[in-house]
Ligand binder design. Structure first.
Ligand code: PGA
Length: 263
């Protein structure tokens, strides 16, 4: 079910790393490494911590960089008594375009349920931004043969009551939890099988046209050395990169995966 219209999307999730000074340096280095041709071939989104967003936005605007500004998280309400939280409305005002939602670290460490994740997707889309919905199974769930049940259940819950147009514009990142930050990567073939299953589920719960248009990423220990094989899979439209996105040289090589033939 692959289609030519899905532009590759390489996303760097910095998690709680890089203060705003380091963020500026990192984006400047990346801008130096990547050519116009590189950025014409792929979309690159950068997801720094909240405190860096304004600095990175200003840099992107001033230097007319082709990077897409992203956030890692938001609250579902527009405003209110939620000490420490940041709303989708505020992110939209900073020209944030993509917001990661339901990352396994948020689900596991901060108790985000499928229902909360769904509400956040509604808030992100209400403010005309693109959610990058993360789904994935634990090692125990995988070993118990429950991968499809868990992952496709997360997909169904997130897409509930979303229109075909809303689903088309979304991104889903399949991130097996056992592969995040561990150096273990799902084989490209395994990632393809699960991501194809996600596309089929989108066709079922939304429509064939939404399934053909939605961009599906793989995430979990992606590096310059494994990106080309991952991106060669027919249903994988991009990657969500954690640790390897912190180093501009490594992240630059990831974004330039098309220049390196598969070995
Ligand atoms: P990793 O993280 O690339 O460090 O495994 C991926 C993620 O959590 O999005």
């Amino acid at each position: 079910m692959s289609s030519d219209v899905r532009r590759p999307l390489i996303s760097g999730n910095w998690k709680m790393n890089h203060n705003h000074f380091e963020a500026i340096q990192c984006v400047q280095k990346l801008a130096y490494i990547l050519s116009k041709e590189d950025l014409a071939a792929v979309d690159v989104s950068i997801h720094p911590p909240f405190t860096d967003l304004r600095s990175v936005q200003t840099l992107i605007d001033a230097d007319e960089l082709k990077f897409i500004l992203g956030a890692q998280h938001c609250h579902e309400a527009d405003s209110g008594a939620f000490t420490g939280e940041v709303s989708a409305a505020f992110l939209a005002k900073l020209n944030v375009s993509y917001v990661i939602v339901g990352h396994s670290e948020r689900r596991e460490l901060f108790g985000e349920t499928d229902e909360v994740v769904h509400n956040k997707i509604v808030a992100i889309q209400k403010h005309k931004m693109t959610p990058i919905l993360c789904v994935g199974e634990t090692l125990a769930e995988r070993e118990a043969g429950r991968t499809h049940e868990k992952v496709l259940g997360q997909v169904r819950s997130a897409l509930e009551k979303r229109s075909v147009e809303q689903v088309k514009s979304m991104v889903i990142a399949y991130e097996p939890i056992w592969a995040i930050g561990t150096g273990k990567t799902a084989t490209a073939g395994d990632a393809q099988v699960m991501i194809e299953a996600i596309r089929q589920e989108v066709a079922k719960v939304s429509s064939g046209s939404a399934a053909a248009a939605i961009r599906l990423q793989y995430g979990g220990s992606v590096k310059a050395s494994n990106i080309a094989e991952i991106m060669s899979q027919p249903d994988i439209d991009g990657v969500l990169v954690g640790g390897a996105s912190l180093d501009p040289a490594e992240f630059g090589r990831i974004c330039q995966y098309r220049l390196r033939p598969l070995n």
